[in-house]
Each structure stands twice: as C-alpha cells, then as structure tokens.
Design a protein around this ligand. Structure first.
Ligand code: SAM
Length: 279
C-alpha cells in the first residue's frame, strides 16, 4: 500500500503559530519535502526534531516530484512544507498534489497559517466573496492583461507582492482600477506587523516617498455595484496627479484614470491641470 502525502502549513513569521498536529506530523513522517531545506531546518530545530529532508522547489519540482512519488508508492509517508504558510498556494506543491491524485496516493491536509486569508480577515474590507490572484506576472503584457481582466471584478481581491515591485504594482493598479480602498498587510505575525487601510493613490504616495520593506499582501476593494463613477471628478483628478508624480505624463495619467472611472479624458486632464496650478 502506498504512503500518504501530508500538506503541512507552517508559520508565516511567528514560530509559535505551528500547530500541535503539524509538529506531530513532521515528527512521524518518514521524510520531509521542503522548498528551502535551510528554512525548514530552523523550524525543526525550534521543535527539537531531526528528520530526513529532500528539496522540492520550483526549479527541481519535476525530477524531485517523481522521486518523492516513487517513495510514496513504495509505502513511505512524506510531509510537504514550503518556506512559510500553506503549501501549494503560490508555492511549490500544486504539482505534487496533482501527481499524487493521478497516481492514487492519498493526500492529507494539516491546515494552518496562510498569508492571503490572514490578510483578508484583517483588511476590514468585505470578506463574504473574494478572489485570490497570487503574484502578478513580471511580464508587462501579462500583468496588464491580468489587471484588465479584473477591472469589473466586484469581489474583494487579494494579491501577493514583493517589496521591490510594490510601487510599480500600486501604480498599475491605480491606472486600471481607479482609486479604490486597499488594505496593505505587511509582515503579518512578525515584529513589524502593520495593516495600512488606505486608498490606492495614498498608498502610492506613501511608498513612493518611503521605500517598502518586508512581505506584503494587498487586499483591494472590488468594483462598485453600479456603473456610475465611484469617485468625484476632483478625486479622479487627484488620482491622475498622483500617477503623474510617479513618473508618467499627465496626459497618459488622465487617459488611464478616465478609463477606470468613466470620466472623459479631457475632463480629468483639465481638472488635474487646474488643481496643479492651484497648489
Ligand atoms: N503559500 C504561502 C501562503 O499562502 O501563506 C505564501 C507563499 S508566497 C511564495 C510568499 C508571499 O506571501 C510573500 O511574497 C507575501 O506576499 C506573502 N506573505 C508571506 N508571509 C507573509 C507575512 N508574514 N506577511 C505578509 N505577507 C506575507
């Protein structure tokens, strides 16, 4: 009989968040498949455990996945862990679960921390219906297509983002979605945990001035129910000015804000021009 694959969630910062069942599973399995064995060794040391570790990460997952599968089929049990949080959610693991399903190997969940759900719960935005969007692509074209496809999404949206890409991402979001409420959840469960409940334009301003540090989840309000512009013309003009300050021409900024708000491009442009003159 084949062994089982245990998907074990691990802390996203605070090691105290490891569950009893996760620790017991890590102790009892025959071996652990880890995204980064150095990170997992720290967790095992914290738990006072020693266990055989094999590496399973994005760039070796096809070969390593087959080796793990062979061991499972031979009757061994394996715990799959990622660097932090729930394996298989924007993490290696999705393929391993599919491979097990295709080969009749039972997969067992040992649930625990997940950055996306933790951020959603803290966001103060509607949680009844939401969509998880993971990381935006680095390719300009696919990120533009991804954001464009979400322009009319009414559910709350959750994104993962790396700090060095945050400002670009906020800028792209502001130009496609228009100004929206956003909760920026940073360093959850760690010393510098912070939830910034603000708007896209204010967030862009904040992080353009002060470079972001740490790990971030972005939780963004969905599109409003009716199709009328959700912003006043003044607010739309302010959003265009904010985009302009982050490095694009005022004309282009007015065009993207007009697309996301429904105001005519010229109306946004003139309002932004007069606002700039007044300030
Ligand atoms: N599978 C993990 C999960 O769902 O919890 C996420 C893994 S993904 C490779 C890593 C991303 O999760 C980070 O870039 C960040 O966006 C988010 N993340 C992980 N830990 C976090 C934390 N403590 N605070 C905020 N975001 C975090």
């Amino acid at each position: 009989m084949s062994g089982k694959l245990y998907l074990v969630a691990t802390p996203i910062g605070n090691l105290g968040d490891i569950s009893f069942r996760a620790a017991k599973t890590l102790e009892e399995v025959d071996f652990i498949a880890a995204e980064d064995t150095r990170v997992t060794v720290k967790l095992l040391n914290h738990l006072g455990l020693k266990k055989q570790l094999v590496s399973y990460y994005q760039h070796n997952q096809s070969g390593s996945g087959q080796r793990i599968l062979s061991r499972l089929l031979a009757g061994e049990s394996c715990a799959l862990v990622s660097d932090a949080g729930m394996p298989a959610i924007s993490d290696p693991g999705e393929d391993m679960v599919r491979l097990c399903a295709e080969n009749g190997v039972e997969t067992v969940i040992v649930p625990g921390p997940c950055a996306a759900v933790s951020a959603l719960a803290l966001s103060a935005l509607p949680t009844g219906r939401f969509t998880f969007e993971g990381f935006l692509s680095v390719s300009k074209k696919s990120r533009a297509e991804h954001l464009e496809s979400l322009k009319n999404e009414k559910r709350t949206m959750i994104f993962y983002e790396a700090p060095h890409k945050l400002v670009n991402t906020l800028r792209d979001m502001l130009s496609v979605f228009g100004d929206r409420d956003i909760s920026i959840c940073r360093e959850l469960t760690k010393l510098h945990e912070q939830v910034l409940r603000t708007t896209l334009s204010e967030a862009l301003e904040t992080y353009t001035i002060e470079p972001p540090k740490g790990e971030f989840v972005l939780v963004i309000a969905g599109a409003s129910e009716d199709n009328s512009p959700s912003l006043s013309l003044e607010e739309a003009a302010a959003a265009a000015i904010q985009l302009h300050k982050s490095g694009i021409s005022l004309k282009d900024a007015a065009r993207s804000v007009s697309q996301s708000t429904g105001y005519a491009k010229n109306a946004v442009y003139s309002a932004a021009l007069s606002m700039e003159k007044e300030s």
